[in-house]
Design a protein around this ligand. Structure first.
Ligand code: ZN
Length: 276
């Protein structure tokens, strides 16, 4: 079998569509804690068909233009400060997959995708995946978020990579729907509670997702006068927009980790369950 044939075999369409997840990642400490969130990530993986690869769109990789990690061995990036040494010691040695990176870039027609050799796996990715796939034996890639572009652009871009779901790739958007770090109640960091506006926004987001009002979620400022409190910057919200663009018609979905923490964050996550 020549290289081209091998490539075609690898990306032959399967009958089933893999699930797609939006995961609220919250504090980096979730990466090493055993708590209700980390346990739900472990359970989520147990109910997921084994992926050929994982493509993660993390709130923590913002670039000018769009890039995909294309190296064979992505490094573990500790992109935070002020946390215990134990968290800095974590390594998540999943391999990359340059072939799937190339295929991802080729699927995206609306822009040129940079084949990145410098990034790796940031904490938006590995804090979740080390609970989902502790053996780190499934290739992991990241797709960056072009911070110069509005939500509608990202929604369309997501539609272009939807077909990866039919080729065994599990796509995960990792952010938080309500994410206002400036208003975090640090005295109650480990408590499940939300300010009134955060709970109201959580309900509005869930209702719009359930009713498939994607255009309202793209134009999120119109959802409520509190929208800009929930989304003071787009970084943690855009991964949700990507997963909305990945949704299939009539696809079943469910919410999980539907909780507010520390007043101004929500962990609320969405599983689009795929189709066979
Ligand atoms: Zn984050």
């Amino acid at each position: 079998m020549g290289p081209l044939h091998a490539l075609n075999a690898l990306f032959e369409e399967e009958d089933t569509w893999m699930p797609a997840y939006f995961v609220g990642h919250g504090s980096p400490m979730n990466g090493i804690e055993d708590n209700e969130f980390s346990r739900s990530w472990t359970a989520l993986a147990a109910s997921t068909p084994k992926p050929k690869a994982i493509l993660c769109i993390s709130a923590h990789w913002l670039t000018r233009g769009t890039a995909v990690t294309a190296m064979q061995t992505p490094q573990t990036i500790h992109d935070f400060g002020g946390f215990p040494q134990e968290l800095f010691n974590v390594q998540y040695p999943a391999p990359g997959d340059p072939t799937i990176a190339r295929w991802t870039a080729d699927a995206i027609q609306s822009t040129t995708v940079d084949m990145d050799q410098d990034w790796g796996l940031d904490h938006g990715t590995w804090t979740i995946l080390r609970h989902m796939y502790p053996n780190a034996d499934i290739p992991v890639l990241q797709l960056s978020i072009d911070y110069t572009q509005p939500p509608a652009y990202h929604y369309q871009l997501a539609r272009e990579i939807q077909t990866l779901r039919k080729k065994g790739v599990l796509i995960i958007g990792s952010g938080n729907m309500v994410h206002n770090l400036g208003m975090v109640d640090f005295a109650r960091l480990n408590e499940n509670y939300g300010f009134d506006w955060a709970l109201e926004m959580n309900d509005l987001f869930k209702k719009a997702i359930l009713e498939k009002r994607h255009e309202d979620l793209v134009a999120y400022q119109k959802l409520s006068k509190y929208a800009t409190l929930a989304i003071p910057s787009l970084d943690h919200y855009l991964p949700l927009i990507y997963t909305l663009g990945l949704q299939l018609p009539d696809e079943k979905m469910h919410f999980f980790n539907d909780r507010a923490v520390a007043g101004s964050l929500t962990m609320t996550s969405v599983a689009w369950e795929g189709k066979s």
